[in-house]
Design a protein around this ligand. Sequence first.
Ligand SMILES: [Zn+2]
Length: 316
Amino acid sequence: MKVIFKEYYERATLELPYDMELREFAYQPFESESYVRHLSFSNEVELKAYLAKNVPLHLYYSSAKYQLPSAKEMEEKGWMGADIQFDLDADHFCNVKKFNFCPTCGQAVEGDVCPRDGTQAIEYVEVTKECIEKTKEKAIDLVEILEDDFGFKPKVYFSGNRGFHVIVECSGDCALLSSSDRKQIAEYVMEINVPKYRGEPGDPGWVGRQARGKSGVEIDEQVTTDVKRLVRIPGSIHGKSGLLVRRVELEKFEFSKEALSPLKGTGILMPFVSGEFELIGEKVKLREKTPIRLDIALALYASLKGLGELKIYEKG
Ligand SMILES: [Zn+2]
């Protein structure tokens, strides 16, 4: 699996901020649960050379800009401001299917450990196309609020797994907004503490929006209030899905392997469990310990979701 990521990063086009030398970079390696942090690069060539030797499962840069991004202590970094980020996660907008199963015997498990063989259970969370569509509608509402009521020019990214990141690139005053300023923006977006009186659909702000029957957008408030958040790098692969983090036009966005996977070809998956699963919007039947040939995007997605092991990748 690591070799797939390695080959990808050798030819990847990463969308990097124009002031990348002010950002902290971080990644999670394949072999480790913890992040390697406090990296800094002055240009894309340097970063790509580093990634060729240190293959990331997850790859990030900081929403904050620093005088010394590679300093180990936050106080030494010299915070200079930060972009504003909004996260929309599908599991806030629909009931996702979740269950635990044992990868050894393929049986459903109630707790964390299989009572039959003591294996650590895997939690499977299914993200359906329908659910991503609902999340997309909320992202469209969020962008409207940010543009109309704040004058922001947000950029929208598919998160790589089950939602969207909406980023307002800031310089000047916007970058210097404090955590509590950002909390007010987050609350406004969520329709908390906004004026409520009878208005007309054409009225500005929430008055008009309420008259048009719209309601607040649930976002991850902690992400928005954090002034030193790590952001997934657009063009990187999300290590829990194998899909690309990428800039999207919401109206045209489609949750499909064609739109979101960087890979071509097929893979052989050895499933740990039997059942019908929705993988990147496609229904796939798996039988425990029965190898199945799938499009590589689906096979990699299934293996990163814990449903089986990717055995062979044949490039197409
Ligand atoms: Zn078991």
